[in-house]
Design a protein around this ligand. Sequence first.
Ligand code: AHR
Length: 497
Amino acid sequence: MKAKMTLAREFKIGEIDRRIYGSFIEHLGRAVYGGIYEPDHITADEDGFRGDVIELVKELNVPVVRYPGGNFVSGYNWEDGVGPVDKRPNRLDLAWGTTEPNTFGTNEFMKWCQKANTDCMMAVNLGTRGADEARNLVEYMNHKGNSAWADLRKSHGYNDPWGVKLWCLGNEMDGAWQMGAKTAVDYGKLANEASKMMKWTDGSIETVLCGSSSRNSPTFGEWEAQSLDIAYDSIDYVSLHQYYENRAGDTPSFLARTLELEEFIYSVICVCDYIKAKKRSKKTINLSFDEWNVWYHSDNAPYERWSYSPPRLEDIYNFEDALLVGSMLITLLRHCDRIKIACLAQLVNVIAPIFTKTGGGVFKQTIFYPFEHLSNFGRGVALNPIITCEKYDCKEFTDVPYVEAIATYDEENESLVIFAVNKSADEQQELTVNLMDFDGYKPAEFISMDGHDKNDVNSFESDFVKPHANNLPEIDGAELNVVLKPFSWNVIKLKKF
Ligand code: AHR
């Protein structure tokens, strides 16, 4: 097949906020215990943090990590997780049916963030608790001292405030599975009051209102409109969550899900702007896509109820998942003018790019690589490429472009990068890129992941699903010619010479 792409500086979508490459750690399964924290591990440091995991988190270059949940946060008493460890209680976690020992809590997470070169995006419990506990946590974490909660932090050995800037107002409050689930109006009122009080405590923070738990939620759209109508003036972002699955084994439809994702993002932007119009407001609400990924492989995996950190949601990702994760990231970047934060859910062991053995090694899942590429090379502004390519029809979609792509342009470092997926299982794409006004730019590196069966996975024994370098594509005047192999993830880096 032949495909064409045109790129120009004027095709700017927006500046890329680095926080679009965020991730998520929940007290769930082995994300914390046996994941980022394992004091007996051979690579553990003096704080009990696994060094092998921190190295991989640094490779992923994750700028922000959402914590401590997820569904977990809706029953969490943050006070249980601070102060002397031997005084911290065991609690039943009703979200995941396990026992939470609280040996790892807020201050431990903040220390881990420092060591992993990332920032914390903190979530407060608006399920079983309310505005008072939320503002107390802001005071504990961000106030310098001479107040009860800040002084409590100091007495716990943390003299300086942590200065956490980004706060989630609960989690998926529309879902029946959520502890303390609410109607949109009840949630809007609570989130509004909590956000006001949290910002009165620390005027420098930003807050995220919970949007629907997914596009399939029965109240999607109406939920966003009603809660935003109440809380518009006191919040900064609305959240989106979406996971995809391929239980039917229908790969063409699975890889086409980004068309649906596109619709989802567009709808939420429209609802935000509808409320803006209704209020004649000058303020624009941006989007925080704070849970996204593929999630289904670990369906129905048994676990022992009320045990400590049993393996949960341990999806092992295959090659087609990597293609969809790459395509999802491209879609997020296509909306980087409005999506300022996004979190790959999650980071370690639980539906995650990094997978550990408790007491053993670690490996990179297939989805690690597209994320690593975008996070490290997708800098500056996103450019909307004009793409002409063949399209396909499948069970759930029509007119699906075979090529999904985005380009990022970092003017300061004179770097232009094209990220592209070929969704055709059996045909390569002979792609011609018209570089128009990128005079002097030439290919510097061409990395791809290809040649795999869609079901190929990595494991502790084998890391064979990984990127490899290719010969540099040819350039003829302003035209770059590159072949995108069947079922492939491609990164073409150009530099000005
Ligand atoms: O990431 C796993 C779970 O998915 C989170 O706890 C919840 O917010 C979502 O439903």
